[in-house]
Design a protein around this ligand. Structure first.
Ligand code: F0G
Length: 447
């Protein structure tokens, strides 16, 4: 038993608590989501966030080098000997004035948090360093996940680092090649199911229950503890100033859930004096959160979520045989597992949700590429969402905004090459074909 950390069910009518060493992906009493909770007064916290800066001088120590564990007091659920790191979180918060111009914000107001710099090329590594630390604590031997690609790549890498067996479930034909190549290269057992992510998620839960495997999807509350660190690094990059807005793509809603938890805790601890607003951006073809939050006005409501609205929504999706569809395959999800936690974040952060089309996503993604940082399509959703919010004047021209770029440009080269080759996008950069002839080559260069 830990005297500083426990797990607790989110459901107001349940609130069951569990030891930190146990591993569940749902409350055994009621099936709802679990949170990791801390008795903060028993944890050694710095008095100011700037206190963490002393670790910049000791980056030769792996836990101080880690962009997750250098904030370990804020996710102190295990001892150092359990903590896993492969050097995650060496990310960049870049002021990007090109993108500020693209979305219609004032110079100096838009920042990109580039999570593509993680070892597996996406933000997932933040969560995995924490989830695998818990897997060690809990004595797991075999981990599993469902994935649209990035989770599987990250899981495969961390499983290797920890010497654990690993199985990843992906929808056949619905994964970008960069990601599939990673899972295969890192040695994950890869099961391609004839179905989409939501089908894979359902199956992996069944397999994990039946075979007692350790689930590393973001249903696992320890994943979200690691992903809180993305916000700590954003604050660090802004020299501990709180931005006005954080804009993030929404898929399974792990990030948005983690970000809200991070800010709620920091505020409770007096380490920040205000909480930024959160904008979660869905792809139009996978817009469950947008529909429920903006159209049906579903709210967290202090924890009393109208379950019947959610159940009815999913029932209708089933009746219509609805399948989500977007070129941003990372967020092609219609039954986001962290829905309720995301609603809580939206409440904590006075948040809102928008949907963007695939064309908006691809143009925004190309704009990011043109202005110096590549990203994958799902990440482009955050910039496309900000552009829309600027057009609606919901975000002010001189408000400080951080867009999260969740994955690296090389994750999905097919979509990128098609966008540029077809030539219809705002930033399309068509390659010119020419015979192997010097005069023709020079002519084609239009010098
Ligand atoms: N961006 C990228 C690049 C992702 O890979 C994902 C999720 C998201 C955004 C959405 O994040 O779930 O926290 O809302 N990818 C998962 C996967 C589902 O399996 O790799 P979220």
């Amino acid at each position: 038993m830990s005297d500083t950390t426990f797990q607790q069910c989110l459901n107001l009518n349940c609130r069951a608590t569990y030891d930190v060493g146990q591993s569940f992906f749902a409350c055994p009493a009621c099936g709802d989501l679990l949170d990791v909770c801390y008795r903060w007064d028993r944890l050694p916290l710095p008095r100011r966030l700037a206190g963490f800066e002393s670790r910049w001088a000791t980056r030769h120590l792996p836990l101080d080098f880690s962009g997750v564990w250098r904030f370990r007091e804020l996710l102190g659920f295990c001892e150092d000997r359990h903590r896993v790191t492969i050097g995650e979180g060496q990310t960049l918060l870049q002021e990007n004035d090109g993108i500020a111009g693209y979305v219609g914000s004032k110079t100096g107001c838009v920042f990109l948090q580039y999570e593509g710099l993680n070892p597996s090329g996406s933000f997932k590594d933040n969560g995995m360093s924490a989830a695998f630390s818990h897997a060690r604590l809990a004595g797991a031997h075999h981990v599993a996940c469902a994935s649209t690609g990035n989770t599987s790549a990250s899981v495969a890498l961390y499983a290797h680092a920890c010497g654990l067996q690993c199985t990843v479930f992906i929808g056949a034909g619905r994964i970008a090649y960069g990601k599939l190549s990673q899972a295969l290269d890192y040695g994950a057992q890869t099961i391609q199911i004839q179905g989409d992510f939501d089908d894979c998620m359902r199956r992996v839960k069944q397999v994990c229950t039946e075979k007692r495997l350790y689930l590393v999807n973001s249903l696992n509350p320890f994943r979200l503890e690691g992903q809180k660190a993305i916000m700590y690094r954003v604050l660090e990059g802004l020299r501990w100033r709180v931005p006005d807005w954080v804009v993030v793509p929404g898929g399974n809603l792990g990030n948005s859930s983690a970000f809200g938890k991070a800010f709620a805790e920091l505020k409770e601890l007096g380490l920040i004096d205000r909480i930024p607003r959160l904008a979660v951006i869905n792809a139009h073809g996978a817009n469950t959160l947008f529909d429920l939050y903006e159209n049906q006005r579903l709210r967290f409501n202090g924890g009393a979520v109208a379950e019947n609205v959610i159940d009815g929504y999913y029932r209708r999706l089933n009746e219509q045989g609805y399948r989500p569809q977007t070129l941003a395959t990372a967020i092609e999800i219609s039954r986001p597992v962290n829905l309720k936690k995301c609603l809580r974040s939206l409440e904590v952060c006075n948040g809102l949700v928008r949907e963007v089309t695939d064309d908006d996503i691809l143009d925004a993604k190309a704009a990011v590429g043109r202005h110096g940082l590549g990203c994958e399509p799902a990440s482009g959703a955050s910039v496309a969402g900000l552009k829309q919010l600027r057009q609606q004047n919901v975000v002010g021209r001189d408000e400080t905004v951080v867009c999260i770029l969740t994955g690296h440009q090389l994750k999905d080269p097919n979509v990128t090459v098609r966008y540029h080759s077809e030539g219809a996008g705002a930033f399309s950069n068509r390659p010119t074909e020419v015979g192997d002839d010097l005069a023709r080559i020079i002519e084609a260069m239009k010098l």
